[in-house]
Design a protein around this ligand. Structure first.
Ligand SMILES: Cc1cc2nc3c(=O)[nH]c(=O)nc-3n(C[C@H](O)[C@H](O)[C@H](O)COP(=O)(O)OP(=O)(O)OC[C@H]3O[C@@H](n4cnc5c(N)ncnc54)[C@H](O)[C@@H]3O)c2cc1C
Length: 433
């Protein structure tokens, strides 16, 4: 038995139950579908395909949940980061926009359904996701958002300021909205649990098996790893922001944005009762997002973006600690036990993209920071396509890839965008009356 490589240190690496045991791919074999990448996208695709009786092989370069799926905040959010249903309908037409909105609306519910159905132990809490508004203008937006989602059948509703203050234990925001289908999970535990469920359903899962070559041979794809190869009619590229150069130009369709996550030391029960006592997941309307949620051990997990990698995290600890104290003065001094980071794939239009890269080669990329629920449901969408649903009938439109020109420079500019967001946040913010 070969152990998967250790995950980078994080709260999740320290607390998630062990994943299923897997072996690197050895030798030649055939399958119906090869999935490259062992995060939520790849594992959900594999679970849904195996459940439909398909022979599926997952190749993960490192370990299950090695990428964003094992490093994120664990907020299960049934919205995109920016585009609302009305935006999708304006851009893609009413029919497609409605179908796309349906995918997003159902995404969080699917995560918790899978967790229940497959008995995945991942500290799942489906108490809702709240988006508080940091200015009066953003509260109007929050009200419009809640109305749009409610019209599409989501159990969403606006939360007036007085109610929100009580729900969050803070007077900082102007009101907000909630979708009760959301919540939070231990993200690495969820990834490992999905992997175990996919294997029980019949999928072959191989960690330490990087796909190093992808080529078309006749009407099939052949994917090579250092110690084996698989041939199949379909390949699903599930490598997200951790994509390499396996498919030319794919990596360059998103800008990888580094996001820091940090977990406080456990907080006393008394204080805990005064901060988000309903245990919802919370992420607000700032461009440079404020987000936080409790863990089962009574830690707050929050974080923030930085311009670049830092070896010394003390400035980040001070900045985010001071922010938490501003939001929740009752907290007093804040101590962080764990700090880690990961990459988010950002698209220039802030909408995730589904690509039919070539006949029988599918992938989606560009979560823009909202991918726990979305990756899970896109795994189902891609599994349906592999199982025979024409890609043109998929609820998400499949487009050609458009590598971002001057990708290296765009990465630098993205850092400048963060400054712009912060400037805009400061301009917009109003202290509640
Ligand atoms: C710090 C952070 C916080 C976030 N917080 C949230 C949140 O709270 N809520 C939310 O909704 N979303 C959040 N996200 C986004 C969410 O985590 C991602 O959208 C989601 O995990 C993407 O899953 P994935 O399976 O598509 O990609 P990943 O989980 O990144 O998986 C890709 C996998 O592909 C593998 N791979 C790459 N190349 C190869 C190859 N050649 N061969 C084999 N394997 C390969 C990698 O090793 C990796 O394991 C966050 C992301 C980050 C980084």
């Amino acid at each position: 038995m070969t152990n998967p490589p250790a995950h980078a240190p994080s709260l999740w690496a320290a607390t998630a139950p062990a994943g299923p045991e897997t072996l690197p791919l050895q030798g030649e074999r055939t399958a119906d579908c090869i999935v490259i990448g062992g995060g939520y996208t790849g594992l959900s695709t594999a679970l849904h395909l195996a459940g439909a009786g398909k022979d599926v092989v997952v190749l993960e370069a490192a370990a299950l949940g090695w990428g964003a799926s094992g490093r994120n905040n664990g907020q299960v959010i049934p919205t995109l980061s920016r585009a609302d249903p009305s935006d999708l309908m304006t851009r893609f037409g009413r029919e497609k926009g409605l179908a796309m909105s349906g995918v997003v609306r159902d995404s969080a519910a699917l995560v918790f359904d899978l967790i229940r159905r497959h008995g995945i132990e991942c500290e799942a809490v489906q108490n809702g996701w709240i988006q508080p508004a940091h200015s009066p203008g953003r509260f109007h937006l929050a009200q419009r958002r809640a109305k749009q989602w409610a019209e599409l059948g989501a159990p969403a509703s606006a939360i007036p300021k007085a109610d929100l203050d009580a729900r969050l234990g803070s007077t900082y925001w102007h009101g907000g909205w909630i979708n009760p289908t959301g919540g939070h999970i231990n993200p690495l535990a969820y990834a490992r649990g999905l992997g175990g469920a996919a294997m029980r359903a019949g999928a072959s899962v191989h960690e330490r098996s990087p796909a190093v070559r992808l080529e078309r041979r006749g009407d099939r794809w052949r994917v090579e790893t250092p110690s084996g190869a698989v041939t199949a009619e379909w390949v699903v590229l599930a490598t997200g922001a951790y994509s390499d150069d396996l498919w030319p130009g794919y990596r360059q369709t998103v800008i990888p944005v580094r996001s820091y996550q940090m977990a406080t030391a456990p907080i006393s029960d008394n204080l805990r009762k005064s901060i988000v006592p309903g245990n919802e997941a919370v992420s607000d309307t700032h461009g440079d997002l404020y987000f936080f949620r409790w863990t089962a051990q009574g830690r707050l997990v929050t974080g923030g973006a930085l311009f670049s990698y830092i070896a010394d995290e003390s400035r980040l600890r001070r900045r985010i600690g001071a922010r938490l104290q501003r939001l929740f003065p009752q907290l007093g001094e804040v101590k962080f036990d764990h700090v880690w980071h990961g990459f988010i794939g950002a698209t220039t239009d802030r909408i995730p993209h589904l690509h039919l890269l070539a006949p029988g080669l599918l992938g989606w990329i560009g979560c823009n920071g909202r991918g726990v629920a979305f990756a899970t449901i896109m795994g189902r969408v891609m599994a349906e396509a592999v199982a025979g649903r024409p890609v043109a009938d998929a609820p998400w439109p499949a487009t050609r890839i458009e590598p971002i020109s001057g990708h290296g420079l765009a990465r630098q500019l993205a850092r400048g965008m963060l400054l712009l967001y912060r400037w805009n946040d400061r301009k917009e913010w109003r202290a509640p009356a």
